[in-house]
Design a protein. Structure first.
Length: 250
């Protein structure tokens, strides 16, 4: 966890956020309240982050000072070097909770948009009968993160799967050489909030976890090779220091 915290702190400083976010935990199940910042674009300016539970459903919730989801990457026309915008909930949960190998890295839930490629081959988000043309719409993933100097000093990546290996992955793994899952849970945007409802067989595992909130841009490697997907720019960290102060609760 220390490597994740340090990596995001460095990226935050590079993004002009070194002063912190003046955040505090609002209580068990209440999430993380964060002071708005003029230095961050309003659609990614986190003001509240929460993971709560309703029965066997975990509700991932994030509020920003502007209109959530209003900003998406411009289409570049090619995969190499293309951008991914994201709302992310880094957690203290072991990746095995959702079907990856134990201790594979840092498990995070993410809502992303990227118009230059589609990584949800099991789902037709835009309803046009095609499964490979809707990456530009907001959709959800589980990802496993690790630091990698190839992404930049102290930067993070989505963990690569080496060619010829057969890693443990969830049933809805999209077939990319990454530790990423495309479970198909649809995000809901309303005004300044984004929310995703995620069912679990054992909700108690989630209720034992800690979390934080991050908005960030990722970038596909120019050579489309390992590392394939790097965290290129952190817009804001809810806690200011990625200390994972959020506690999941009903």
């Amino acid at each position: 966890m220390h490597s994740l915290k340090f990596s995001f702190l460095v990226a935050s400083a590079l993004a002009g956020l070194a002063g912190g976010a003046a955040a505090h935990d609002t209580g068990h199940g209440g999430g993380i309240a964060t002071k708005a910042s003029r230095a961050v674009k309003a659609p990614f300016d986190i003001v509240h982050t929460r993971i709560s539970t309703e029965g066997n459903v975990a509700v991932f919730h994030m509020a920003v000072s502007g209109k959530a989801g209003a900003s998406r990457p411009a289409r570049s026309g090619r995969l190499a070097g293309s951008s991914v915008f994201s709302y992310v909930w880094p957690t203290g949960l072991d990746p095995s909770v959702v079907g990856f190998a134990p201790k594979a890295g840092i498990l995070a839930f993410a809502v992303t948009a990227h118009p230059d490629f589609d990584d949800t081959p099991l789902f037709d988000e835009n309803g046009d009968g095609k499964l490979d043309n809707d990456g530009g719409l907001w959709h959800s993933h589980w990802v496993v993160l690790q630091p990698d100097a190839a992404c930049g000093k102290d930067a993070l990546k989505v963990v690569d799967i080496p060619e010829g290996t057969k890693p443990r992955v969830p049933k809805t793994w999209p077939g990319l050489p990454l530790l990423i899952d495309s479970p198909g849970w649809t995000p809901t945007f309303k005004g300044g909030t984004v929310e995703v409802r995620v069912p679990f067989d054992d909700i108690g595992v989630i209720e034992a976890g800690a979390f934080d909130g991050v908005t960030a841009a990722l970038r596909v490697n120019a050579s489309v090779h390992a590392p394939l997907l790097c965290v290129a720019n952190v817009f804001k960290v809810a806690s200011g220091d990625l200390s994972l102060p959020g506690k999941v609760g009903p």
